[in-house]
Design a protein around this ligand. Sequence first.
Ligand code: GUN
Length: 293
Amino acid sequence: MQLLDGKLLSENIKAELAAEVDLIKQKGGKIPHLAAVLVGENPASEVYVASKIRSCEQVGFKSTLIRRTADVTEAELLEIVEGLNNDPDVDGFIVQLPLPKHIDEEKITLAIDFRKDVDGFHPVNFGRMAQGMAAFLPATPYGIIEMLRRYNIETAGKHCVVVGRSNIVGTPISILLSRKGYPGDCTVTLTHSRTKNLPAEVRRADIIVAAIGVPHFIKGDWVKEGAVVIDVGMNRIDDPTKKSGSRLVGDVDFEAVAPKCSHITPVPGGVGLMTVTALMMNTLKSCRKEIYS
Ligand code: GUN
């Protein structure tokens, strides 16, 4: 069994990005600039956004953090989005989700200029991705694809079972892995809460992508010998042995599944770090106008 080391890979990619930024600086070009909007005090969102800002610093990007309290109005947030859309120095920005209940997330996502949508959440980017056109890929699927590529994992003709059909992970990764080319050319089964006999579906998989948000959901006897397992889960569970009283676990029962796999991503240290790195890759692409001129 080989660990798919998201920490090592993301460090390598970030070193490549930093070298690119150095070249840009030498040539007097524009430094990539990512902005993040964070509303309220959701502890997970705080951690994610802090990690995005820290990654910007590591690779030499400019970053801007815009914070508002949870009582911000939808109109105010739309104004912030409009400001970022029109700021020529900002190459890309994200509005961290989830947003407070009184704000319509769909309305906010649609208000973001798709040319600056480095999260790849806007339907224009989603539609372009689905048609195999150049697009900002959503960060987690992009991170997974990059991981498969950099570990030279074979995908052509493989049966991939995706567990979970969210707009930001399950659905887009199922599209990307079924697309022509590498990594892709998989036969994909997209499973969800209404799937009948889920363990039997998962047992057929050469590649499993677990993105259901339930701790230790995928059991040892659901996994075929030699499967590649990508664990997207980030679940905080109680653990009185830890100083914090909790720890992060994936959607896969790692102890039981790891011995059966050819490759598996750990949690933490797997897909999560790749997600942040993919956002940095999208920001550089935006700055260079590689997707949209
Ligand atoms: N909330 C959880 N993951 C993400 C993400 O990738 N982007 C944004 N904007 N919000 C999130």
